[in-house]
Ligand binder design. Sequence first.
Ligand SMILES: NC(=O)C1=CN([C@@H]2O[C@H](COP(=O)(O)OP(=O)(O)OC[C@H]3O[C@@H](n4cnc5c(N)ncnc54)[C@H](O)[C@@H]3O)[C@@H](O)[C@H]2O)C=CC1
Ligand SMILES: N[C@@H](CC=O)C(=O)O
Length: 816
Amino acid sequence: MTQSNSVEQLSSGKNQLAKHAIHVHKFGGSSLATTQCIERVVDIIRQNCQLNDLVVVSANGNTTDDLFTVYNLAIEKSDGLLLAIETLEKSQSALIGELLNPSSAARLIDVLAEDIRQLTAWLTEQPSQYHADMLAFGELWSARLLSAVLSEKVCPSYAIDARDFLVINNDKDCAVDNQQSSQKFQQNLQKGKLAVITGYITKNAQGETCTLGRNGSDYSATIIASLSGALNVTLWTDVDGIYSADPRIVPLARKLHRLPNGVAKELGRLGNPVLHAKTLQPLTNHSTHLHVASSFDPEISGTEIGKFGQIAKQELSVTSLNDLLLVKSTSLAGSFGEQASNEFSAICSDIQQGFIVIHQAQQKLVSQWLASHDTQVSFTPVSIIAIVGHSVVNQGNIQARFKRALKHTHVLHVVNSLSEHSIIAVLQQSCTGELLNNIHYDMTKDARHIGVVVSGLGNIGQRFLALLPAQLNRISVLENVHLVGLVTSKKALLNTDGIDVNQAMSLYERDAKPCDNTLLMSWLTNHPYDELIVVDITPSEHFSDLYNEFFKEGIHVIGANKWAASASTHRYNELVLTAAENKSVWLGSTTVGAGLPINFAINDLLKSGDKITEISGIFSGTLSWLFETYDGSVPFSTLLLNALSQGITEPDPREDLSGRDVQRKLLILARMAGFELSLDDIECENLVPESLQALSTTEFLAKSADLDNYFAEQLAVASAKQACIRYIAKFVVNEKGQLSAKVYLAALAKNDPFASLTPGDNIFLIKSHWYQDNPLIIRGPGAGRDVTAGGLHADLVTICQQLAGKKHQVKIKGLN
Ligand SMILES: NC(=O)C1=CN([C@@H]2O[C@H](COP(=O)(O)OP(=O)(O)OC[C@H]3O[C@@H](n4cnc5c(N)ncnc54)[C@H](O)[C@@H]3O)[C@@H](O)[C@H]2O)C=CC1
Ligand SMILES: N[C@@H](CC=O)C(=O)O
């Protein structure tokens, strides 16, 4: 890509996220560690940024640690100092040389050499005076390098040293001086160029360099978001989101796709390795959403932190902290305890019982603070394990479950946090990985959230929705199933916070927006649920073309739509394979026989080693109803319109009369029975006269009386032979294993088993090695709103049962 193209692309907003006003992207050290990592970051910026976005960077890889090392060598006056500085310079020069063209590289290497001279002077003269200044080089080099690479490869870019605008009060826990900072920030911005800003470093009111502590660059990013009014901040890191427990210790931890602000803050406070409470501070009064995403896997949706509805509020996580102290003293009861708790940001406290829990590192400070009250103080080493979730302290069932889960653990105290988003158990012993895994399992084992998107809100779709509220209420495996999307050919209502199932259709009518497949796919691929099921109740081939994309995304499909299951052999095999590879479940029991258990019967025979040799019968509810009812007294076309209004026909009844619908069903059954064939292998007798074949559905229905003579004749010929007319489907495998298949209108003797069915019934006759002479017969209503919607619900329950047993072991690049 040429530079001018890239600039054009970034400025014209053709990239994915260009719709957002300002977006802050922060890249952590691991994301910028090597040439390859930086190239990946450049790609992310190319795909996701626009020119007025802001990029915040940490130092490359371990540069900050290396700077700490050279500092310590300087303090120790070690002989190894100069060599360590030289190594540091070499690693920076290598990155520069590998990423930039020779002339830009030479320029940057000169600037680096100047910095190294300065660094060496500081470290050899008065290291302790320049501690923060020399640490600042890490972020400075990183910002300079990235902006130079961007300028060369993507768009005009410049580096900003955050010390030129960000002023903090370092006496007050790094609180930002907003007024000064925001004014200076605006002055530092350049139009038409992408800013790359140093994280981690700031200045205080005296103009001295300060650092923001552990994960300080994340804090810088949210401060910069607050100064710039950005709507989104993405923390690009080496993990792909925030999990319900530390995934390095708990392999079954679930990714939390959406975290309410308060819960995220509590998680940060209680030891989440990705989030830090300070990071969220600048966003407290803003509607800015924070995302955590992996720069190693940018396509995977990470975790979003912001304001959400009920579904996101149900998520629970488990976190733990070791190396803590339980500080007990009578003087910690009452308001003094409260003061102490605030002063030391205690992990938890109980001012009735007179204790606070603090980090071990705080012991000296706390002792000094308490010394003024010369009461007895005890310090006991403790750990905590906490359950964190929106307003958990107000949920008696969660309290009770947590206490039950801890029943074999020696617990000193159980404390509700002031935020109400955590219940904290204080333990005398360290919190082990085993305990964390056990508690996590007990608290989250049935916390899988399943989103359901219903596509097709016609005859069957509406009945499916009408049955949904009662199903969700009475079937326990559907407990965490949420209706999140309603889609038709024109519009869609998609809501990650869920759609009220009791008002689904009216909400759709009121709120649905125009939507095409691209928009739909982008929403579906970024869904925040553990599992997503698309229920396809459309008659559309176009919609069935999306199945492969669904499967690639791990989305499950329940189809009443027959197109995909009866697609060409190549396409069908591809779908089956993609679904299997991505562990997507694809069910379509209503595609044949509506709710009848024909698929179960065939599967059971095959599973138990039987071989099917013939399947025949009447597979069309429409044609069954028509031919069972038609006796010549009422014109055939009148009956056809009647069947259409009962909801048993296809949306276009010519799909039934042409035999195509039956042909598809026969193909689906043959595939189910283990045979490889395509529609063309099935001979099909079309009952629609040529003159009616090319019309629109409306025109066809208006001219349906043109069918009457043909069917009257067929009936008369059959009646003359004491026979009746029925539309039959049949495939037979001969002794050589050759298969023949056809769907056709037949004149049957009136005592034929296919001749006298209840109108609308299907009949399936199966011959196999075990059912040779006396075939297996399944018979019952094979079409209609209730049985089909019921069959779709049965598929929904089956999928949810299968998913309940599915265990996701976390796979994170860089971790396992
Ligand atoms: N009627 C029955 O007894 C049975 C029907 N089925 C199947 O159920 C499906 C639905 O049938 P009906 O409800 O009668 O159809 P319908 O015509 O009443 O409703 C179809 C719905 O699908 C939507 N749709 C069409 N194309 C779409 C697209 N590309 N994207 C999104 N939505 C789209 C339409 O907007 C409409 O809401 C068909 O595939 C049919 O074969 C399956 C078993 C039995
Ligand atoms: N039109 C179909 C409906 C179900 O697939 C039928 O009549 O069987």
